[in-house]
Structure formats: structure tokens, C-alpha cells
Design a binder for this molecule. Structure first.
Ligand code: SAM
Length: 246
């Protein structure tokens, strides 16, 4: 299954996504706070709480795909012990540059490495990570099934897959507010802060086209993961899907 747009080809779509992130890399963290009203912070904390990385001396290797400005990776590094390391992989050199700066400012260069790469074809060996996270990233990937297969491939046996992504709002009234926010507020914020509204319309559309909780859970299972579950955050505005490579 692939989730392309009717009017934008698969190649054009990734190109558009790349332009959006290249353009906003420097303002990305501010945009996130404004567009989500700070909620993304709580959701990311929730993701790290579910991952529950070792706080002691045990070695642990996380792969954070579409890691962008390292928001998730930094939270992970702060929540884990000295031998817990992370590899952040992202397709955008501009987002990686911001991430590297933030990691250096936090003094965590020893534990966080960066690689430019596509989630659909990860530049890593089979069975090399204890956990795989992807936060607000898989929606931007053209072939979700390919990305999920890659997640499965690079995880060790016993490894954990965790995906934080926008999902289907399952609370009445909240869904109306959310529509207003998506179609009225976000493009205007994009215009005001990044100087471009059209790419943000595409991003909003990408949220709408992304499979809902149950459908995405099925896709995660189809990639080979077991014990697949999900949890809704803020009434389903976002969800965290979890699976294990057993
Ligand atoms: N995970 C970070 C966070 O939660 O703050 C960044 C999320 S940001 C919304 C999406 C990221 O996905 C961008 O940094 C973008 O460059 C990256 N991305 C888009 N398509 C990708 C792909 N095919 N492979 C890897 N990364 C991709």
C-alpha cells in the first residue's frame, strides 16, 4: 500500500516535504510549540516513558528515524544511562544541522550520532538496534510499508518499535476544533512564520490521509511486528503505536 496524493506524484511529494523542512529547520521548534500549543512536548515525553530506556549501565542503542532537530533523541539521552546511545537518521541535512547544534549545546555528542538517510532504505545493517522510534515522521514518508519493513529489518530480535504520529480524533467537538485548527490556523501560522502557507496545507492534508489507529496498527503487524498496540494522546489527535520484533 502506498499513500500518494492524487495531484502530487510520489517523487514530487518527497521533494515538497524536503523543501518544507529545509525552509523551516531554524524555526522548526518554535513552529512545533505554536502549532501544537506545546502539546508535542508532552507527547514526546510520553513516547520516552513508554520506551523506558535503561537508566543504569546497560548498553542500549536507539535509532531515531526522521529525528529532525533531535527533540526525541535529546529527551531519550537525558532519560537514560551513560551507555545508552542513539543514532538520529533524517533525510534533511538542514534539520540534521539544527539537531547537531542542539546536541552539542547539551554536551551529548558522545552519545548521539547523526546519519543522513531515507526511512524507506535505511543505511544500517540488519539487527543493529534495540529500539526504533519515529515521531511525526512516518507520515512524511512516501511508502509507509517500506519504512515499516526497514524498521523491522534493523531491529534486533526483542527490539521495540515505537511510532508517535498524528491520528484520528475520536472525541466529538474536539474533532471540529481540530479541523478549524488544521485548515485555518496552521496554514496562517506557516505563512506568518515560515513565509509559506501552501506546504503547510500539504502537511495538514498528509495528516488527514494518514491511516487511522486501527489501520496503521494492521500495517505495523503486516511488517512483521508482534504484540502491536496503540495509545491515543489528547483524544486521538496523536497516537503512539508499539510493536516488538520477536
Ligand atoms: N522527529 C522530530 C520531532 O518529532 O520533532 C522531527 C519531526 S519532523 C515533523 C519530520 C522529519 O521527517 C523532518 O526532519 C524531515 O526531514 C524528516 N523526513 C521526511 N521524509 C523522510 C524520509 N523519507 N526519511 C527520513 N526522514 C524523513
Amino acid at each position: 500500500t502506498s499513500f500518494g496524493y492524487r495531484d502530487v506524484s510520489a517523487d514530487e511529494r518527497q521533494g515538497l516535504v524536503n523543501r518544507v523542512f529545509a525552509a523551516v529547520a531554524d524555526r522548526y521548534d518554535l513552529m512545533n510549540d505554536l502549532m501544537s500549543g506545546g502539546l508535542h512536548r508532552l507527547w514526546k515525553n510520553d513516547l520516552i516513558a513508554q520506551l523506558n530506556p535503561p537508566r543504569g549501565e546497560q548498553p542500549f542503542r536507539l535509532l531515531d528515524v526522521a529525528g529532525g532537530t533531535a527533540d526525541v533523541t535529546l529527551r531519550y539521552a537525558r532519560a537514560s544511562g551513560p551507555n545508552a546511545t542513539a543514532m538520529l537518521c533524517d533525510i534533511s541535512p538542514e534539520m540534521i544541522a539544527v539537531g547537531q547544534r542542539r546536541v552539542a549545546e547539551a554536551g551529548l555528542e558522545q552519545r548521539i550520532a547523526f546519519t543522513e538517510g531515507n526511512a524507506e532504505a535505511l543505511p544500517f545493517a540488519d539487527r543493529s538496534f534495540d529500539a526504533y522510534t519515529i515521531a511525526f515522521g512516518i507520515r512524511n514518508v512516501t511508502h509507509i510499508d517500506a519504512a515499516l519493513r526497514e524498521a523491522y529489518r534493523v531491529l534486533k530480535i526483542g527490539g521495540r518499535f515505537l511510532c508517535l504520529e498524528f491520528s484520528e480524533v475520536q472525541v466529538p467537538i474536539l474533532d471540529r476544533l481540530y479541523d478549524f485548527h488544521s485548515f485555518e490556523v496552521i496554514p496562517r501560522l506557516g505563512q506568518a512564520i515560515a513565509g509559506e502557507a501552501v506546504p503547510y496545507r500539504y502537511l495538514v492534508e498528509s495528516i488527514r490521509k494518514f491511516p487511522n489507529q486501527e489501520v496503521f496498527a494492521r500495517m505495523v503487524r503486516e511488517a512483521g511486528f508482534e504484540r502491536v498496540t496503540y495509545r491515543n494522546l489528547t483524544g486521538g489527535v496523536a497516537a503512539i503505536h508499539s510493536g516488538w520484533k520477536i
